[in-house]
Design a protein around this ligand. Structure first.
Ligand code: SF4
Ligand code: SF4
Length: 333
């Protein structure tokens, strides 16, 4: 039997997607019977030169996780697109921009200043920021890839064949997507693999009772009571706007859905869908009362677009909106 050539790559990612592949446990051994791993820098010591040396189309399937934040991420996306017959946007950062995409609420200079110089745990008295080139001795210099002004999802840089959503994708769904691709069971291009086509509410153990929303609560401030829908209890739950497939993993632990499987159905904008859901649930039509209720949400764009700001209509905050700055100040209150 001819083995397929597989590649796994991480761009702007936390590494959770790489771990999620290993969460298939001993099944990873049967993967080795069917496929050669020809590139997986997180796991083995592959070099970019190895990929450059491959003929175009040499990789059968490339699972690409992480968003596109830097020139290095974009370069590798373009290289792997050339070398792979099938490119899969694996996980929510590649599929929708993910958590890294939230930095689109701020100008890149502000993000760098915050991350490298002013976090409470950073010891950087000289406020030194990363440089593209740093001289480090006679004839020696270090180079870092340039950061892009905005974070993008993978298909905003190269063509993507399939999407496997999740932050990270749950193991059963990862395995079903991998086996489907290995068996040559190829659905139409653009299909979302390893997920359902309904919303998280369809898999949720909580029950909707039709009561309106009077206030918002944060999960660390109150415990959900009984089996009433968490949204109706005032916890922001993105279940109605989020694709099913995780088995309502957070809800079964009595935590609201944060939206990591991305938009459900034809809707492409999770935040806009949630605004409409919240609007229909508010228990008042009085504008002042609505404003007071909404003030209970600490970080509205960060909450409604947690995993998909670059994929939504907004994509980024306007530089003059002060949106990100307001969020940061609120988070520090
Ligand atoms: S909104 Fe959340 S808690 Fe309510 S039914 Fe949907 S997934 Fe369950
Ligand atoms: S319940 Fe929501 S946040 Fe939790 S794993 Fe499922 S899609 Fe992701």
């Amino acid at each position: 039997m001819t083995k397929l050539n597989l590649a796994f790559y991480w761009a702007a990612s936390c590494g959770g997607c790489e771990i999620s592949v290993l969460e298939v446990h001993e099944k990873i051994l049967s993967l080795m019977d069917k496929a050669n791993i020809v590139f997986w820098p997180c796991i083995m010591d592959f070099k970019y030169a190895d990929v450059h040396a491959m003929p175009d189309g040499f990789i059968d399937v490339c699972f690409f996780n992480g968003a596109i934040r830097s020139e290095e991420n974009a370069e590798l996306a373009r290289l792997l697109r050339r070398k792979a017959k099938i490119v899969v946007a694996y996980g929510s950062c590649a599929a929708f921009g993910g958590i890294p995409g939230l930095s689109n609420l701020y100008p890149i200079e502000q993000t760098c200043q915050r991350v490298y110089a002013t976090t409470e745990s950073t010891d950087n008295a000289g406020q030194v920021l990363p440089q593209l080139r740093t001289e480090c001795g006679p004839g020696m210099s270090l180079h870092l890839p340039a950061l892009h002004a905005q974070v993008r999802k993978l298909d905003q840089v190269v063509a993507v064949d399939y999407v496997v959503p999740g932050c990270p994708p749950v193991a059963e769904q990862t395995w079903s997507a991998i086996t489907r691709l290995l068996e040559g069971d190829l659905p139409p291009r653009g299909t979302v693999l390893g997920a359902g086509d309904r919303s998280v509410c369809d898999e949720c153990p909580f029950e909707k009772k039709g009561t309106g929303l009077k206030e918002f609560k944060r999960p660390h401030m109150a415990r959900p009571e009984g089996n009433q829908c968490l949204l109706e209890q005032g916890f922001i739950c993105l279940g109605p706007a989020t694709r099913s497939g995780c088995g309502a993993a957070c809800l079964t632990a009595r935590m609201p859905c944060r939206g990591c499987y991305g938009p459900a159905g034809d809707n492409q904008d999770q935040g806009a869908k949630m605004i409409s859901v919240l609007g229909s649930l508010l228990d008042t039509e009085d504008e002042e009362a609505i404003s007071t209720i909404l003030e209970g949400v600490l970080d509205l764009p960060g909450t409604l677009y947690r995993f998909g700001l670059p994929a939504g209509t907004l994509k980024k905050a306007h530089p003059d909106s002060g949106l990100g700055t307001q969020n940061r100040e609120k988070n520090h209150e």
